[in-house]
Design a protein around this ligand. Structure first.
Ligand code: ARG
Length: 562
């Protein structure tokens, strides 16, 4: 069903070995206007070889080409334009999707290979931030897309559960904390203590020394420090679990920074052996001056390890454990330098797999044009935000469709879907504006619009007469053809979104398919009782299948009724 490839092969047979099939394929374009056909082959590169004008070549080729999947071939200046045979092609596309169902668009390109995806990775004892939400949603979509592309995806939550901040937290807890309060409202209370520490430390610098002391205790296994840390960690994880449950996201591993504690000496030793460490102000660093980058800090003056040290250990561990082909880090763009340094140090350590590591950065979430921040103790709890979205969706459903069964369940799909879709519909590097009302609109580029279109398709199918095994004959009108062509594009869309690590490619695609389908729905009497009815219904079914699958890849559910 790869008509581009077939077109290339057809052209190839008329060129007598002048060019390879792959070369021809790579040249084929999609004409700008659909009145110019579905495929266009430019003849410029052949001009030299054939010593003829490209216009002449196009003319000659167009008369020779004759294939059943093509309705006609026309020379248009230096281009050979191919018009697909709508009858034959639409029939093939519809049949294929109805046979393969949700497997349509799947690829074996990644078969037998693994990708690791480091995403979400919130920090213990701190609120789950908007930045972490973006990482979670983008990372989960990329994991789904990788699987669709054939890979085995390993979802890793690299928890921020180690570092000097735990020294601060322990200090603050011992000074001002209460067990009861932490149990009652862990994240809020721990974060409050953390903020308090910073306020107090400005006035009483000795607190910083104490914090360093406690982190040292933690790193060297002091029982009291460890007990507190463990407790903070557990309480935080319980809170995070609520968010993952709402979003429907599961991880293969929660090995965060602390997990690498006992692997740090090995890394430092290895850096030493490879002659990469130097001393700077008493700290051990890897000098990156030759690469125009600041040094990568490995060990502080007091012997404490750093974020980068743990990331080095993590990369080495993952390579040994998973033998990944590709390793994605879905982390905000503000950490660009950190990852550049990390990858460079691994290269210097002569790990050739360092080239398979990729930072997948993204922009900020803004509220009224400003960065949303949890600094200074202003806590917006993400769980509350998601619940608000679900609640809004529920109110919406109650007024618009009071008869709907399982309203709660659908409201959850819609509310959560709205947040996810809003995040994924724009290229990830862009900043996005957080506005729940905007996200939950029926019209426009929203998840709800796509969900609604899917539900509309399902509703038509429910109304369809129960005829069995009526043959699909193919559809030739222009509205169907637009839908068919978009459906045909799905496998390419998957490939592109994987190659670019860009879920927005799929989000934009399901929006386009929805628009095409809604136009079709507005113009064509789908349920009219004529000979093409079963073909039309099979087309509707194809649309429902692909919309649902596209949304699934993004992490959004598609209810059958709305
Ligand atoms: N916990 C970190 C933060 O919130 C993100 C960790 C990203 N992953 C990594 N391997 N460094 O900034």
């Amino acid at each position: 069903m790869n008509y581009r490839q077939q077109f290339a092969e057809e052209i190839y047979t008329h060129l007598q070995g002048l060019s390879k099939v792959e070369e021809i394929n790579a040249l084929i374009e999609e004409p700008k206007y659909n009145t110019h056909g579905d495929l266009a082959f430019p003849c410029f590169t052949l001009a030299k070889k054939l010593k003829k004008a490209p216009q002449q070549i196009a003319k000659e080729l167009s008369t020779k080409i004759d294939a059943s999947f093509l309705e006609k071939t026309v020379a248009e200046g230096p281009y050979v334009n191919g018009f697909l045979n709508k009858q034959i092609v639409s029939k093939q596309v519809i049949q294929r999707i109805n046979t393969e169902k949700e497997n349509y668009g799947s690829s074996a390109a990644g078969a037998g290979k693994k990708v690791t995806l480091d995403f979400s990775s919130p920090n213990i004892a701190k609120p789950f931030s908007m930045g972490h939400l973006r990482s979670t949603v983008i990372g989960n979509a990329l994991a789904n897309i990788s699987e669709k592309y054939g890979y085995k995806a390993i979802r890793i939550n690299h928890l921020g559960d180690w570092g000097t901040q735990f020294g601060k937290l322990i200090t603050a807890y011992k000074q001002w904390g209460s067990e009861e309060k932490v149990r009652e409202n862990p994240i809020k209370e721990l974060f409050h203590l953390y903020v308090m520490f910073h306020e107090q430390a400005e006035k009483h610098p000795h607190l910083e020394d104490e914090a360093r002391f406690w982190f040292k205790q933690l790193e060297s296994g002091n029982e009291e420090a460890l007990q507190l840390w463990k407790w903070f960690r557990e309480e935080s994880l319980k809170e995070f679990a609520k968010i993952y449950e709402l979003l429907g996201i599961i991880f293969d591993s929660y090995d965060g920074e602390a997990f690498y504690n006992d692997k740090m000496d090995g890394i430092v030793q290895e850096l030493k052996d490879k002659d990469l460490l130097s001393l700077s102000d008493g700290a051990e660093v890897v000098n990156l001056a030759a690469e125009n980058m600041p040094p990568c800090l490995i060990k502080k003056k007091d012997g404490a390890t750093l974020y980068a040290t743990r990331d080095l250990a993590a990369a080495v561990y993952r390579s040994r454990t998973y033998h990944f082909e590709k390793s994605f880090y879905i982390v905000g763009q503000e950490q660009r330098l950190h990852f550049e340094q990390l990858f460079l140090v691994l290269q210097k350590m002569s790990y050739n797999w360092a080239a398979s590591l990729q930072h997948v950065p993204f922009g900020f979430i803004l509220k009224d044009g400003k960065k949303m921040s949890t600094r200074k103790g202003k806590v917006v709890l993400l769980e509350d935000v998601i619940k608000e979205a679900i609640d809004l969706a529920y109110q919406n459903i109650k007024t618009k469709n009071p008869e709907l069964e399982n309203k709660e369940e659908v409201a959850k799909m819609v509310g959560v879907g709205a947040i996810i879709f809003h995040d994924l519909k724009n290229e990830r590097q862009n900043n996005i504006e957080f506005n729940l009302d905007e996200m939950l609109k029926f019209e426009g580029s929203t998840g709800l619009y796509v969900q609604y279109t899917h539900a509309r398709a399902c509703s038509i199918l429910r109304k369809a007469p129960a005829k069995n095994n009526i043959a699909v004959s193919g559809l030739t009108d222009s509205y169907s053809w637009t839908v068919i062509k978009t459906l045909m594009d799905f496998p390419n869309v998957i490939e592109k979104s994987f190659q670019q690590a860009e879920p927005s490619v799929i989000a934009k695609y399901v929006l386009k398919l929805s628009q095409d389908f809604n136009k079709y729905y507005g113009q064509i009497k789908i349920l009219a009782d004529d000979t093409e009815q079963s073909s039309r219904l099979a087309l509707v079914k194809s649309v429902a299948i692909v919309l649902k699958e596209g949304l699934r890849l993004l992490g959004v559910k598609a209810p059958e009724k709305l």
